[in-house]
Design a protein around this ligand. Structure first.
Ligand SMILES: *[C@@H]1O[C@H](CO)[C@@H](O)[C@H](O)[C@H]1NC(C)=O
Ligand SMILES: *[C@@H]1O[C@H](CO)[C@@H](O)[C@H](O)[C@H]1NC(C)=O
Ligand SMILES: *[C@@H]1O[C@H](CO)[C@@H](O)[C@H](O)[C@H]1NC(C)=O
Ligand SMILES: *[C@@H]1O[C@H](CO)[C@@H](O)[C@H](O)[C@H]1NC(C)=O
Length: 222
């Protein structure tokens, strides 16, 4: 009898694993594409609102880890074995909700980019809502790989506990560019259908600087 219930348990466990597997391996649920495209529409106006409406060379203080570019993704994929895209997607949401908050904070109510940025944030949150809904809750309780957890801990640190050496200056435009380029890479199923472009290639965002035939995930970071 004991043995029987044990095997039922085991079977249950295996079934659980089996059922989880497809969830863990699929990278972007199709339901995310509509809100992502809406966000992408807003992002297409970022030069005007994130650059032209600010003083030349204007920059804000962000955490070091809030600078999250394509090169970070390729480096992490090399460093962490079998890194699940879902982990990188979670990191993308964590980084960019902080970034958008910091950009909004420097603008007065009547700043000409204020309502644009508020809309960007709203659309970003819409994407996050669908992301959370379309995965079972357990996925978000899973332990992160150590290196990612360390980054996560830094991102969620209170500002007054972040040492001076871990702050960086960055322009609003460069931060939103990072958001956009990493979005194309991490949710590529929603973006590469027509273009077949490798959005994760580091040189994609710096056309002309590098040889485009080296446009692969394993391109060494800058
Ligand atoms: C995303 O926006 C860019 C313009 O910034 C546009 O060229 C591209 O087609 C858009 N992608 C999708 C999938 O909507
Ligand atoms: C902005 O930064 C560039 C590059 O660092 C520099 O050459 C330029 O003089 C700066 N412009 C102003 C107005 O500070
Ligand atoms: C991205 O790379 C830069 C430069 O190495 C680093 O300072 C930053 O913390 C990295 N960002 C993340 C989210 O790991
Ligand atoms: C780009 O790389 C390829 C192969 O690595 C090489 O044959 C080609 O000459 C390079 N082009 C430029 C412009 O460097």
């Amino acid at each position: 009898m004991v043995q029987k219930s044990t095997s039922v348990c085991l079977l249950g466990g295996f079934l659980g694993l089996f059922l989880m597997a497809p969830v863990l391996m699929s990278s972007t649920p199709a339901s995310m594409c509509t809100p992502l495209k809406t966000l992408n529409d807003s992002l297409s106006h970022r030069r005007r609102y994130m650059k032209h409406n600010f003083p030349i060379n204007y920059s804000i203080r962000v955490y070091r880890e809030e600078i999250f570019k394509l090169s970070n993704i390729s480096r992490m994929r090399l460093k962490v074995e079998e890194l699940d895209d879902l982990v990188l997607q979670r990191l993308w949401f964590q980084v960019n909700q902080g970034v958008l908050k910091k950009i909004i904070r420097v603008m007065s109510e009547r700043h000409p980019s204020r309502s644009y940025t508020a809309e960007l944030e709203r659309r970003f949150k819409d994407v996050e809502g669908v992301f959370v809904q379309s995965h079972p809750a357990e996925v978000f309780q899973q332990e992160l790989p150590e290196a990612v957890q360390e980054t996560w801990d830094h991102l969620t640190e209170e500002p007054n506990r972040v040492p001076e050496s871990n702050w960086r200056l960055a322009s609003p435009k460069s931060l939103v560019d990072n958001l956009c380029h990493t979005m194309y890479c991490l949710f590529s199923e929603c973006f590469d259908a027509e273009t077949q472009q490798d959005y994760c290639g580091v040189s994609h965002s710096r056309r002309g600087r590098k040889n485009s035939s080296r446009n692969t995930v394993t391109t060494p970071a800058e």
